[in-house]
Design a protein around this ligand. Structure first.
Ligand SMILES: C[S@@+](CC[C@H](N)C(=O)[O-])C[C@H]1O[C@@H](n2cnc3c(N)ncnc32)[C@H](O)[C@@H]1O
Length: 263
């Protein structure tokens, strides 16, 4: 079953969420620099990369600029079309393939268009926990099936339960010039679910004009919980970082970035 909020936030209101995806491009070059340093340490300097839930392709496109052949999979056609436009603008469309499809049917979606095994898999910016835990397990298992032995998986820029237990913010907002996103959150430690109301406004002078509201719920992992799920899927965690751009170590006050190796 497709979660209604996934449909609403990423497909029906892709016009609103796309503004956030565009803003996220800032800092992606540094993130990808860090990722390539890590890959270098495993002897991977080029190859095929699979970008799970790629959005408008910021990781795929930046990795293509480094010479990787990238395949991005996402459920939102609007995001992929925006990614295709950016890949053309940046002169890497020959290195990036965008595939529309549901990550829960990853193997089917990828195998119809791409036959080469992957050297690198990326799941960036909280692109998990949307459905059941079994769906995350299945996504990583399928990604493993599509990859070579020794390939590297990054679960990047993701929040984690240790962070929430210290720094949980019930409210925050993002100001995007003439547009504001307000987030009101509830965290349920017993189930590790965060429920968030995303409220989108246009700025009109001193006032805010409501555009739309989307209620979302997703599961937040701890490092150990996600590492054991990854291991069940055939990925052994070999490092964790707080910041992949600087390779700073992970702590309860940082993001979670996992590096895992296909076993
Ligand atoms: C938080 S965004 C992250 C986008 C991208 N990874 C990035 O770092 O910019 C989550 C993405 O997951 C995609 N998504 C959600 N459910 C999906 C599904 N079942 N199959 C494929 N993509 C999905 C959304 O369309 C959205 O682009």
């Amino acid at each position: 079953m497709r979660r209604d909020w996934v449909n609403k936030l990423f497909i029906e209101r892709s016009d609103l969420y796309l503004r956030l995806l565009n803003q996220r491009w800032l800092g992606t070059e540094e993130l990808v620099d860090g990722m390539t340093k890590v890959l270098d340490s495993f002897g991977i300097k080029a190859g095929h990369l699979l970008d799970l839930c790629c959005g408008n392709g910021r990781i795929s496109i930046h990795m293509a600029k480094k010479g990787f052949k990238a395949v991005g999979v996402d459920i939102s056609r609007a995001f992929l079309e925006a990614g295709e436009r950016k890949a053309r603008e940046l002169g890497v469309s020959n290195l990036v393939t965008f595939l529309e499809g549901d990550i829960r049917k990853l193997e089917e979606v990828v195998r119809t268009r791409y036959s080469r095994p992957f050297d690198v898999v990326v799941n960036a910016w909280a692109s998990l926990g949307f459905y059941e835990k079994e769906d995350d397990l299945s996504m990583f298992k399928q990604a493993r099936q599509l990859s070579k032995e020794g390939s590297i998986l990054f679960v990047a820029e993701t929040t984690h339960t240790e962070y929430l237990s210290i720094k949980f913010a019930p409210t925050s907002y993002i100001d995007l010039n003439r547009f504001v996103i307000l987030e009101n959150r509830r965290y349920e430690p017993l189930t590790s679910q965060v429920s968030t109301s995303w409220i989108f406004y246009n700025k009109r002078g001193q006032d805010l004009e409501l555009i739309d509201k989307v209620e979302i719920t997703h599961h937040i992992y701890s490092l150990s919980e996600l590492s054991s799920l990854l291991l069940k899927a055939g990925w052994k965690t070999v490092a964790s970082y707080g910041n992949l751009s600087t390779l700073q170590s992970m702590s309860p006050l940082t993001h979670m970035n996992i590096v895992a190796k296909a076993v």
